[in-house]
Design a binder for this molecule. Sequence first.
Ligand code: FAD
Ligand code: EPU
Length: 338
Amino acid sequence: MNLQRNFPLKNLNTFGIEAYANFFIELNNSDQIIEFLENSEYRNQPLLILGGGSNLLFANDFEGIVLKINNKGIVVVSEDEDFVIVKAFAGEVWLEFVDYCVEKNWGGIENLALIPGNVGSCPVQNIGAYGVEVKDTLFEIDAFRISDGQKRTFKNSECNFGYRNSIFKQELKNQYIIEAVSFKLRKKPILNRTYQALEREIQILGIENPTIKDLSEIICKIRREKLPDPEEIGNAGSFFKNPTINSENFKKLISEFPNIAYFKQSDGSFKLAAAWLIEQCRWKGSRFGDAGVHKNQALVLVNYGNAKGTEIVELAKNIQKSVLENFRVHIEMEVNIV
Ligand code: FAD
Ligand code: EPU
């Protein structure tokens, strides 16, 4: 294990923000994670567990140890005629893991193709896209408690999963290092085509009986058209969550704004498209120095090159303020501010 001092983080966050960590260490296997946690001097410092850095924003340098979790491996835990339980270690790249499963025709995570980041982070905000969330197939999580290195397995039902939320973002925030995530996938896949934009694209392409490979390719195509590639322009995907409001408030809002973009939820509440709210407030495509709002997706804040984390945060707060003033709706940040 090699603890490095004053370590640059610019290449380790997809926003491309310049920031430094007092200390940085890469943990390449489970033994190294255990060894790190056995050292009380290390584990009692402020720690930042880092995966692919695609859902965080450095507003400051990190005064502690950044732990880059790099343990790799994919193993089949068990299988029968219908299902396979497959375990992927935290340092695996998520989109490569999805491709691996799609190639094997194991169904369930194909709609989550091309989401950046690592396997170890996918449960933290319960990643979701195109009608599917990771909680739908997540079987269990192996994790180490930071305070004493104790290993624990979390069943799906113990993770309090919600929309872009889990126990690891709430009560147990920064308390566990996720070592590996297991999924229960279908050997006879059932496709999820509920997301409108997806079904539209299937119709346009005229594919009659799409496979999970077709589906993942269509999703990659839609994503490439809509979302900026962090290799080209710094960003962390959606900066805000889509807000949910009750039916009473929704009725008032839609009578005032009949074109509002929304998705009715099964519990009777309404999820509003935050991108629509932000676009109506005329932020889409705006730029302040090197901080801006993407020209094709108003939910994505971008760094054109040398924006500071604090400038992105300031822009985000101004957007929140104007959405609140115009629509009486609070939009919560999705990205983790460090
Ligand atoms: P990081 O940014 O490194 O970390 C995120 C959080 O997880 C931090 O709090 C970190 O401390 C914690 N963490 C990381 N690893 C571990 C671990 N091993 N144990 C415990 N905690 C850990 N998200 C979606 O849900 N849907 C999308 O469609 C989507 N599209 C995106 C598109 C783009 C272009 C980008 C840039 C991002 C997008 N995201 C999306 C957000 C992002 O890809 C996900 O949140 C992803 O899971 C982050 O993974 P990461 O490894 O980069 O996490
Ligand atoms: N829209 C606008 N203006 C825009 C963009 C979109 O008005 O600039 C409206 C359109 O009416 C569109 C609706 O917003 O129909 C929804 O847009 P989109 O399908 O692009 O989805 P989203 O709600 O903006 C969410 C997730 C994405 C995920 C996509 C696909 C959140 C916060 N974001 O975006 O996740 O990939 O759906 O499922 O839930 C992420 O979390 O980082 C992320 C990218």
